[in-house]
Design a protein around this ligand. Structure first.
Ligand SMILES: Cc1ncc(COP(=O)(O)O)c(C=O)c1O
Length: 400
């Protein structure tokens, strides 16, 4: 399928019907139609017949098993290593809360992270006497494996970091960081919230212990869904944060038991519409091939960066080299208010975002409180980027 044909097919019947040019995949991408249909078909069926027809339930649970296998395959995991979650934040929290911590344990959290990969680690540290150790990505937002190596001590238990920053778009040397950490027996949690669906991600791609991700961004599933991959060897020793039907049972002595699979992290009624949508989104990504998606986004990133850089008075934040970032271009233009720029572009039918992106430590490193952010995906085109740049040039200088 060529990209234009894909784009045309993709846009028919979706919000991307030509009314808006959409450059905010880093917040959430427009879901693929197949994902929306999978969710709505199910919801419509439950409205027509009621959700608890024994035959419907059996079919849906069998489908969830198949989707678990497909999503696990996409993440280089076995079905037993894959948990469905409600969002990326939940996935991260299940890891932080699932491990047991001792006073003095050190958890490395770089300054490249957003709130969801900071808050829960600080909470468990505050509760247990573990210590948060910060390593700096510096002005480029890129982590240096040697800096990570230097931060590791005999007390370091885990490093948690985003494969790709939601602010700078910096793509971290994930493999190298994981190798440095595991050589010292340090656990590695990779937050793939931005990377999933944009580039190859998986337990087979990275020698890490845990991968968390939300699925509404690069993967183009629907909101309210996330994934967690946990290497089999860690599952048994971890405590599930949530317990109830779907994941727990108890014996006569009152001991609560959980399956020896990552399903132990899922409790209560599954978010069936979101899981069905996730299955469809993964099939779409597999059909398009993740390597092709990656190459396409890389190409568009370089094109957009060159055009944006050429606007007078523009500062692009993050990695100096375009090849060190993917899809995301945060920027400010001298004398231009990013929030006003974003509103003015929306009035022109062009969607970008402005703010601090819940990553204030990163913005602090640049001495700014707000930035504008363009984020791309494979459905964008160079013609759309041209239109975006022209609109930015026209609105340059807009203030509150
Ligand atoms: C880097 C990063 N980590 C974590 C999250 C949290 O994901 P979710 O919104 O699905 O909880 C996001 C996005 O919101 C993100 O960009």
């Amino acid at each position: 399928m060529d990209w234009q044909a894909h784009q045309d097919a993709n846009r028919a019947g979706t919000a991307l019907d030509g009314k808006y040019l959409y450059f905010d995949t880093a917040a959430a991408a427009p879901p693929v139609i197949a994902a929306v249909e999978a969710a709505t078909d199910y919801l419509e069926q439950t409205a027509r017949t009621g959700p608890y027809l024994p035959s419907l339930r059996a079919r849906i649970y069998a489908q969830i098993d198949e989707i678990r296998a497909d999503v696990a395959g996409f993440l280089g995991a076995t079905p037993k290593e894959l948990a469905f979650t409600r969002n990326g934040t939940e996935s991260i929290s299940l890891v932080a809360r699932g491990l047991s911590w001792n006073e003095g344990d050190e958890i490395i959290v770089p300054d490249t992270e957003m709130l969801s990969n900071i808050a829960i680690w600080r909470m468990v540290a505050n509760e247990t006497g573990a210590q948060i150790v910060t390593v700096k990505g510096g002005i480029t937002g890129l982590l240096d494996p040697e800096v990570v190596r230097a931060a590791i001590t005999d007390r370091t238990r885990l490093i948690t970091f985003a494969a790709m920053s939601n602010v700078t778009g910096a793509v971290q040397p994930v493999r190298e960081i994981c190798e440095v950490a595991s050589a010292r027996g340090v656990l590695t949690h990779v937050n793939a919230a931005q990377a999933l669906g944009m580039m190859p991600v998986g337990l087979d791609v990275w020698p890490c212990d845990f991968i968390s991700a939300c699925t509404r961004k690069g993967l183009r599933a629907i909101e309210g869904s996330g994934v967690l991959a946990v290497r089999q060897r860690h599952i048994e020793g971890m405590t599930p944060t949530l317990a109830g039907w779907w994941n727990a049972s108890f014996d006569d002595a009152g001991n609560v038991q959980f399956p020896a699979t990552a399903r132990k992290f899922e409790a209560g009624s599954p978010n069936i519409p979101a899981i069905l949508a996730l299955g469809a989104a993964v099939s779409t990504a597999v059909g398009l091939k993740i390597e092709r998606i990656h190459a396409r986004v890389r190409e568009l990133t370089e094109y957009a960066a060159a055009r944006l850089r050429a606007i007078d008075g523009t500062q692009i934040y993050g990695p100096e080299r375009d090849e060190d970032r993917l899809g995301i271009l945060p920027f400010n233009i001298n004398g231009t208010d990013p929030a006003q720029l974003t509103l003015a572009l929306e009035a022109r039918g062009i969607i970008i975002e402005a703010g601090h992106f819940m990553a204030t430590p990163i913005l602090a490193a640049y001495g700014v409180e707000r930035m504008a952010r363009i984020s791309l995906h494979y459905f964008n085109t160079t013609a759309e980027i041209d239109a975006l740049i022209e609109a930015i040039e026209s609105e340059r200088g807009i203030t509150a």
